[in-house]
Design a protein around this ligand. Structure first.
Ligand code: GLU
Ligand code: ZN
Length: 467
């Protein structure tokens, strides 16, 4: 276990609970932790916090590892590859926790609590009525050995509570929030082992960070209030404290916590829609982290631009339109080959080259495939107007002209200009509308070349009669 403990190295971690898919907010803290380790030539550890047996699933663990790999957030130690602090799943670390529970209990720094849920509820009610903040009243803290034995004889399964020291000030410097001071008298004795014998989140989370040599913990600021408790436990156990940094939550464009009604929220959803890792990472890098570069960054260059001191505590707003911006920037930097495999439909190189600047997601290419070799969707209002304004005679002339020009747009429009007297937008717009069903899109000349003459003739002729 000690081989890894180079005292100068930055060691960060991502410690997800495998109870759901990898959410954008979690991906962001994982990414920041990854960047910090990479920036400093340190190590990044993946630890699975699966002590909540009822909610943890192997399927979620595998999924979130797959999503992290897809994003490029590779880890140096983890459940799949092992490492000097193995095992990396908390479900397998019970022995360590039990030995530490025993130590705390032996030293009188933890004690069994026999209070039932009803006892605790009643006690909270009384405190509220007395105008006090509800916290554990310390009922079982000073039970004698005989009293404990009597409770055990009743068959009550105790929890184990941490005995919060009196009159202590817990101080730490949060990487994001700055100096923190909390009085221990504001904290009631809290549960570190549940009545089923498993370790509570607070406990194993802190103990493992220390045991695994984590130097910098980054996590969401919903955990900020947990930290004083965790520090008290580490101090009681004589374990080294990591530095903590609590980043602002990720919220939707409307300021509400990111949720389903904001659209996609999991990495899996963005991946399945065709968003690219570099686009997602460029976006995440700017959420709650103010950088020194405004423009697109290659993933390999990101660690050098990560500044822990530039992490923000204000909630960071995620807006999909910004992700779309980074997606376009990413697409611009991809080769035709890469775009083609991203589109994934075996399109011709000419087609790929033509549509690549008109798509954000692979699904955006299918209307253009229909334009080139399928059925056009019903025309929109604007297109109908443009076509009606040109009139049937225009399209009859166009269909005629096609016999001479074939699929050469320049020739076609030259002939048509002579015959109809139309020019500029009056000439091009009705053609584009009739041939593509839209008045915007890729360059018309190369698009026309990808169509069959029969299809073009059919599209022109369909507007050559009064309807
Ligand atoms: N398993 C905890 C969570 O997913 C970890 C919190 C932390 O990073 O310390 O919320
Ligand atoms: Zn109790």
């Amino acid at each position: 276990m000690s081989a890894s403990k180079d005292s100068s190295a930055v060691i960060t971690r991502f410690a997800p609970s495998p109870t759901g898919s990898l959410h954008l907010g979690n991906a962001r803290t994982a990414f920041f932790s990854h960047l910090w380790a990479r920036k400093s030539g340190g190590r990044f550890i993946l630890r699975i916090e699966d002590t909540d047996v009822a909610r943890s699933q192997l399927r979620f663990r595998d999924e979130l590892m797959a999503e992290m790999r897809w994003l490029g957030l590779t880890w140096d130690e983890g459940p799949d590859i092992g490492g000097p602090s193995a095992p990396y799943s908390q479900a397998e670390r019970g022995e360590l926790y039990q030995s530490l529970f025993a130590r705390l209990a032996a030293d009188g720094e933890a004690y069994p609590c026999y209070c039932t849920a009803e006892d605790l509820e009643l006690s909270r009610k009384l405190q509220r009525m007395a105008g006090k903040p509800p916290r554990y009243a310390g009922t079982c803290r000073h039970l004698t050995g005989a009293q404990r034995a009597a409770q055990e004889a009743r068959g009550l399964k105790p929890t184990l509570r941490f005995a919060v020291p009196n009159d202590r000030i817990i101080e730490f410097i949060d990487v994001v929030h700055g100096p923190q001071r909390v009085a221990s008298s504001d904290i009631g004795d809290f549960i570190i082992r549940r009545d089923d014998g498993t370790a509570a989140f607070f406990f194993c989370n802190a103990v493992d960070d220390s045991a695994m040599g984590i130097t910098q913990v980054l996590r969401g600021d919903d955990h900020l209030t947990n930290t004083p408790r965790q520090l008290m436990m580490l101090d009681a156990l004589g374990l080294r404290r990591p530095a903590y940094g609590h980043v602002g939550l990720l919220v939707g464009a409307d300021g509400a916590p990111l949720s389903k009604r904001h659209g996609s929220t999991s990495v899996q959803e963005f991946r399945e829609r065709g968003f690219l890792p570099a686009a997602i990472l460029n976006q995440l890098l700017r959420l709650g982290h103010t950088g020194d570069v405004d423009g697109w960054l290659a993933v390999a260059d990101m660690p050098a631009h990560f500044r822990p001191e530039h992490l923000g505590r204000a909630p960071a707003r995620f807006d999909e339109s910004q992700l779309v911006h980074w997606q376009k920037e990413t697409l611009e930097r991809m080769s035709a080959q890469q775009i083609s495999s991203w589109l994934g439909s075996g399109d011709s190189p000419d087609f790929v080259e033509l549509v690549r600047h008109n798509v954000v997601l692979p699904a955006d290419a299918s209307p253009w495939r229909a334009v080139v070799c399928g059925e056009l969707p019903p025309l929109g209002k604007e297109e109908q107007g443009v076509i009606a304004a040109a009139g049937p005679a225009f399209f009859a002339a166009a269909a005629d002209a096609l016999d001479q020009s074939s699929l050469d747009l320049k020739q076609l429009t030259t002939i048509l200009k002579e015959r109809t007297g139309r020019k500029g937008a009056d000439l091009f717009m009705p053609l584009r509308a009739a041939l593509t069903g839209q008045i915007h899109g890729p360059e018309l000349a190369p698009l026309l070349k990808l169509m069959s003459p029969a299809m073009v003739r059919h599209r022109l002729k369909s507007h050559a009669q009064n309807s």
